[in-house]
Ligand binder design. Structure first.
Ligand code: ADP
Ligand code: MG
Length: 320
């Protein structure tokens, strides 16, 4: 197409004016654009803690340091794999004056035992050892051995001396294992500390159990529920100020004689839970409750699951 010289001059002038206006607009807006990019930035940090992979996502740079330091503090108190932890000492001595944190979590665990038809029981320690889950040297024990070991199991055999924070076992040889509740409690402690520091938006993923504090730039945090195959997503959740915990038979298990034996034990029988479900996810406002209930649901049969769900109306439960 041919233009006259005059038209061409007008077009060039319009082009230059257009570009100049665009540039002026860009430079004036630059601080605002930069600011919006900055405020929409999330910091991601990972750490191995409590035997699992933790990931912290938050618009606040300090969030991860606070979360990791709380999780590490709780791990040092509660891990049965740390010889100096209060739980290891209590398991060795059978009686110990413990810190308020340890006393609180044991007390809460006994309450969960009472509310879950005895499916949740932190005194499963000797059974976890017997089946080989502590050392990864798995075995299917004899019925006699299981019956003997069951004598050491039962949260009603823990004595709590509330006035001086002393925990005592009624029977020598008893062992506490907080593997089904400690992570949930650590999440609650971390969230409390974040709030004390004025941090109100943060997603913490502790090896599959999450706490979604606040939101992600005004929208709920979105999380996926992993299936048996790590790449398979079996559910999606949108969370705000909630914890979601999944207990399943695919994280830790062994196969023998064509049967799968998982690390969640039914404390009433001494055998690994075997109720034909793959996983149970519990969503509620406290990490400690989500953690304990997801383990209990995984142990219980359908009728007891329904009864338990009625007892916790504020809690959402998904079974796969
Ligand atoms: P995960 O460790 O994968 O988050 P859970 O929260 O369900 O899974 O915890 C399982 C761990 O809890 C086991 O490895 C064991 O240490 C302990 N445990 C097993 N069975 C029970 C039970 N019935 N009640 C309480 N703790 C249990
Ligand atoms: Mg649990």
């Amino acid at each position: 197409m041919a233009f006259s010289t005059k038209t061409r001059k007008i077009l060039v002038a319009l082009l230059i004016t257009g570009w100049s206006l665009a540039l002026i607009y860009y430079f004036f807006q630059l601080p605002a654009i930069k600011h919006s990019l900055k405020t929409k930035q999330l910091y991601y940090n990972n750490r191995l803690l409590m035997g699992t992979f933790w990931q912290v996502s938050s618009p606040n740079k300090q969030a991860a340091t606070i979360v990791f330091s709380e999780a590490s503090r709780i791990e040092q108190l509660l891990s049965k794999y740390i010889a100096t932890s209060e739980i290891s000492q209590l398991n060795r001595l059978g009686k110990l004056k413990v810190s308020p944190d340890t006393f609180y979590i044991i007390k809460k665990s006994i309450e969960f035992h009472d509310k879950t038809f005895k499916a949740f029981d932190i005194t499963v320690g000797p059974l976890i050892d017997l089946w080989g889950f502590t050392t990864q040297e798995f075995q299917v024990p004899t019925d006699d051995k299981i019956r003997d070991t069951l004598k050491l199991v039962g949260s009603d055999k823990i004595i709590l001396h509330g006035n001086d924070n002393v925990v005592e076992f009624k029977i020598p040889g008893m062992k506490i294992d907080l593997g089904a509740i400690a992570k949930g409690y650590a999440l609650d402690c971390a969230v409390k500390k974040l709030k004390e520091h004025g941090i109100n938006n943060c997603l913490i993923n502790a090896g599959g159990q999450v706490y979604a504090l606040g939101d992600k730039f005004g929208k709920n945090w979105k999380i996926a529920i992993q299936g048996r195959n790590k790449l398979e997503i079996i559910g999606a959740l949108e969370l705000k100020d909630k914890s979601a915990s999944t207990s399943g038979n695919y994280e830790q298990f062994f196969l023998k004689g064509g049967r799968l034996y998982c690390h969640i034990i039914d404390p009433r029988t001494g055998y690994p839970a075997n109720n034909q479900i793959t996983s149970a996810t519990v969503i509620t406002d406290k990490g400690i409750t989500a953690d304990a209930l997801s383990t209990a649901i995984f142990v219980l049969d359908k009728d007891s699951q329904k009864q338990l769900i009625k007892e916790f109306p504020e809690t959402q439960i998904k079974i796969y």
